[in-house]
Design a protein around this ligand. Structure first.
Ligand code: FMN
Length: 385
């Protein structure tokens, strides 16, 4: 059962509602984690749109958002400074992309619920890439609008995912590529590049595999990833964030065997070499199985640019879902820690990316069966009291 289709609301003593969920008729209690969908039963529009917004793509499923409720139909969004990835995302660029994906999902959800979501970016001023200040990324006001047209991507919010399986090798058709390019509107902050050329794919397989090799060659980076890896269903249920083998499409007996025989938190933390080797091997196979790759690059790279590109990436992910395809970001080569920079420079040279430009997201696209949705915490856990 992979549709997120039922949600129950429970009250919190402090007056803020907590959203929790279960899957109706779902017999496997270990699947009963995370957040599965919006409530049709509750009447606080802020909580409804936030519950949708949390389903957005975000780095390592860290869920790096804090919400301050500012009025009956308004709130501010902040980066959660306790949910960063300093080793692999030292300037928090990806964390800010994950603010944009949140806002885009929120705006689409609001349209489906009959509201305009008005967004005022950095209302107390923007901060630079070398700092993270406790200032809102955005103020959001929700205005009832009987005439609002539901964004067609609303129908994809509960289905969208980052699909980390091996794909079937078949690339996108020209028609699908054209459609995706249309989704990426002309006034976008970023440029969308899509390629299925054989030479490009070959070179990307090599770059992405080398990048993963570099990434896992450092114990602090390994530890950061291992901290977000969920080794079994108990960890998923406990933390409701991160990702595990289920998101790579491994299920059933194979999943049980991997989790019980090959992978354990204690063993992996003590010696992450096997984990690292697996990551490199899986990256190579995943890239080799993909018929199409794409990336978003931008001229600017301010905090606002990062947020806006996040919004654009989110729409692409949703549009891909709408046409029955899947996609998967592969970010290692884009990361800004020192040991990645020489390879990143080579990659930019190969693909005519100017020094001044930033590749914000890189992903593979194609065909594969859906995977288990990644978990989510409760909306109440985002709210700063
Ligand atoms: C900025 C950004 C970078 C990401 N980089 C990677 C990546 O390098 N590898 C990967 O497997 N997934 C990557 N993802 C996907 C996240 O892991 C995924 O969105 C998250 O686990 C939630 O899962 P979902 O998208 O299926 O809901 C990235 C997502 C974002 C927004």
């Amino acid at each position: 059962m992979n549709r997120r289709n039922f949600i129950k609301i429970t009250g919190l003593p402090i007056g803020v509602m907590a959203l929790s969920s279960h899957r109706r008729g779902c017999s496997n209690p270990t699947e009963d984690y995370g957040w599965n969908g919006p409530s049709l039963e509750q009447d606080d529009i802020r909580l409804s749109v936030l519950a949708y917004a949390m389903l957005c793509p975000n780095p390592h499923n860290k869920q790096p958002w804090v919400i301050e409720l500012t009025g009956p139909s308004s709130f501010d969004l902040y980066v959660d400074a306790n949910r960063l990835l300093p080793e692999t995302d030292p300037y928090y660029r990806q964390i800010h992309i994950g603010q944009g994906t949140f806002l885009e999902t929120l705006v689409i959800a609001a349209s489906g619920l009959g509201y305009d979501a008005q967004i005022h970016y950095y209302p107390k001023g923007m901060y630079s890439n070398s700092e993270l200040l406790d200032k809102p990324v955005a103020s959001v006001s929700l205005l009832k609008n009987e005439n609002i047209e539901t964004d067609p991507l609303f129908a994809q919010l509960l289905k969208r995912q980052s699909n980390k399986r091996e794909y079937d090798g078949v690339g996108m058709t020209n028609l699908q590529i054209d459609l995706l390019k249309k989704t990426h509107s002309q006034d976008s902050k970023s440029e969308l590049i899509i390629t299925d050329e054989k030479e490009h794919r070959k070179s990307l397989v090599s770059y992405l595999t080398q990048a993963m090799q570099i990434e896992v060659g450092n114990i602090d980076r390994d530890r950061e990833t291992i901290r977000m890896f969920r080794f079994n269903d108990d960890e998923v249920a406990k933390y409701r964030d991160g990702f595990g083998v289920a998101q790579s499409g491994v299920s059933g007996i194979k999943k049980i065997m991997i989790e019980n025989i090959f992978l354990s938190r204690e063993g992996t933390e003590a010696d992450p070499r096997y984990f690292g080797e697996q990551a490199v091997d899986m990256t190579k196979k995943a890239a080799e199985s993909s018929g199409t790759f794409g990336w978003l690059k931008s001229e600017g790279n301010t905090r606002l640019d990062q947020v806006l590109v996040g919004r654009e990436y989110c729409r692409i992910n949703l549009q891909i879902t709408a046409i029955g395809l899947v996609m998967h970001p592969m970010s290692q080569i884009l990361q800004e820690y020192e040991d990645m920079l020489p390879l990143q420079t080579q990659f930019k040279g190969t693909f005519d990316v100017k020094d001044s430009e930033t590749v914000q997201m890189l992903f593979r696209l194609g065909h594969a069966k859906p995977t288990t949705h990644s978990p989510r915490r409760l909306v109440s856990q985002l709210i700063r009291l």
